[in-house]
Design a protein around this ligand. Structure first.
Ligand code: PAF
Length: 273
């Protein structure tokens, strides 16, 4: 595996590749969720590029940019073991100049749910992903379903800007007790972690109710609220795969999303129905 730190080197290497490229953008602190994306990219492409970059433009003032977990050595080892060909590790000054062209996420999809709580967050996500796509020019790029709204916006960007990249949606990875994997789980105390299990329990309960043919989102939401009654729930939302709000579950076209604050840590999770 080759580690790349400069734009010039990455561009030079990319020019020399004529076979298929799979790209996995990350912010590091790699866990099994990332590993599953990398493994899928490995199995579907000749060349795999992973980037690790904690992108400042997607963090709001007061968020965890400065304390975001950094584990470069362990992450490099993981990438090497997963047979990644190139690991791109840029600095902020490598990725951003003084007066930048900005990317604006579409209003409706990006100012609801996560975007409503984190205004501007998705502008930053799309900006960095577009830059990374421009550098790596992947055939396929891999994103987890856990960040469902991010995934929907990236798919829309690829479509709107005619980028011609296949966006591969990858399943959410969970601990054996149901907690969705997240780099932010390290912030949780043992007690908070145990409280947080109510999130995945509520999503599984929702799926079970839907399995019994209860499709009314209000009824499902009430069940979920009861299960998460001890938690500081920011939202329980029901959308279709286009991220439009729904009142009734439509099978194979619905997503139930949850955002919760556990102590100072915001956790998100969802289930695709
Ligand atoms: O999902 C993430 O880790 C980030 O939002 C991404 C896509 C790497 C952009 O910084």
């Amino acid at each position: 595996m080759k580690i790349i730190q400069t734009i010039e080197e990455l561009q030079e290497i990319r020019k020399s590749i004529s076979s298929s490229v799979g790209f996995v953008p990350t912010m590091g602190a790699l866990h099994d969720g990332h590993i599953s994306l990398i493994k899928q990219a490995r199995s579907e492409n000749d060349i795999v590029i992973v980037s690790i970059f904690v992108n400042p433009t997607q963090f709001l003032k007061g968020e965890d940019l400065d304390k975001y977990p950094k584990k470069i050595e362990a992450d490099s080892k993981i990438c090497e073991l997963c047979k990644v060909n190139y690991l791109f590790l840029p600095q902020i000054s490598t990725m951003y100049g003084e007066d930048e062209v900005l990317v604006k996420a579409p209003n409706i999809k990006s100012y609801t749910l996560e975007g409503e709580r984190r205004p501007g967050h998705f502008d930053g996500v799309l900006q960095v992903v577009l830059k990374l796509f421009g550098l790596t020019k992947p055939n396929r790029a891999y994103f987890g379903k856990k960040d469902a709204q991010q995934l929907a916006l990236i798919k829309q960007m690829v479509e709107n800007l005619f980028l011609g990249i296949d966006i591969i949606e990858c399943e959410i990875k969970r601990e054996s007790d149901g907690l969705a994997l997240s780099s932010r789980n390290v912030y949780l105390t043992a007690e908070q972690r145990s409280d947080a299990l109510a999130i995945s329990k509520s999503l599984h309960a929702a799926a079970a109710i839907i399995g019994k043919k209860e499709f009314d989102c209000h009824v499902i939401k009430e069940h979920m609220q009861t299960i998460m009654s001890q938690l500081d729930v920011e939202y329980i939302a029901f959308v279709n795969r286009q991220f439009e709000e729904i009142q009734t579950i439509e099978l194979k076209n619905s997503i139930i999303l949850v955002a919760v604050k556990v102590g100072n840590t915001r956790l998100i999770d969802n289930i695709w129905i």
